[in-house]
Design a protein around this ligand. Structure first.
Ligand code: 5GP
Length: 189
């Protein structure tokens, strides 16, 4: 019985931290369908490679790749940004690299959110050195108010104000990635 109460409290606290839904499952689905069709339309016949930055973009990658009706390959990389206080310092290390050469490919980086812009600016610099034919960035979310470097994604599906969001791949301390929608995180609980 005691264990049951504890589990109940854990679930209540988990739910209380989901402050409100910001973008619904339906809205995400619609936006992805549109962007997937645009990407397929721009397909030139050159090999297309979608590169997802783990872990936050894994859900977006799964849905976006299935909305692109054109031949494409999938690859994953994992980057670690170093933080000073609450914002990233700009130092980005690749802790898992993509497993293929990207020379002469049309590469699209699939990202969850652009915040300060530091992580993607650095990842783009690293990938450009490998001489892809083209390099574009598609981000599910964009928080332009937080930008500290000159970087913008080529496509962003939703622009949001400066608050911390969870769900649809995005975490808080590794939780909430499995929510099917984007929610504001309640930092006061
Ligand atoms: P940037 O280098 O653009 O500041 O950092 C981008 C990374 O910070 C994202 O890939 C994401 O992991 C994390 N991030 C930025 N804003 C949020 C947010 O509102 N929610 C979550 N869960 N992660 C965020």
């Amino acid at each position: 019985m005691g264990t049951l109460m504890t589990n109940q409290t854990l679930i209540e606290n988990y739910q209380k931290r989901i402050k409100r839904i910001v973008i619904t499952e339906e809205e995400i689905k619609e936006a992805i369908k549109k962007v997937g069709a645009e990407i397929a339309k721009s397909y030139t016949g050159r090999p297309l490679l979608l590169v997802s930055v783990l872990k936050g973009a894994f859900v977006f990658m799964a849905d976006l790749s299935r909305a692109i009706n054109a031949p494409c390959e999938i690859a994953f990389m994992c980057a670690k940004s170093y933080f000073s206080g609450t914002s990233s310092s700009g130092e980005v290390n690749i802790i898992m690299d993509i497993d293929r050469d990207i020379k002469d490919l049309d590469v699209i980086i699939v990202e969850d959110i652009v915040d300060t812009g530091r992580t993607l600016k650095r990842i783009c610099e690293i990938l450009k050195e490998r001489k892809p034919h083209s390099l574009r960035v598609v981000s599910l979310l964009d928080k332009p108010d937080r930008r500290v470097v000159d970087f913008n994604p080529d496509i962003s599906l939703f622009t949001i104000p400066d608050f911390f969001v969870i769900g649809y791949g995005l975490d808080c301390a590794e939780q909430y990635r499995n929510l099917p929608y984007i929610a504001e995180y309640n930092q006061e609980v």
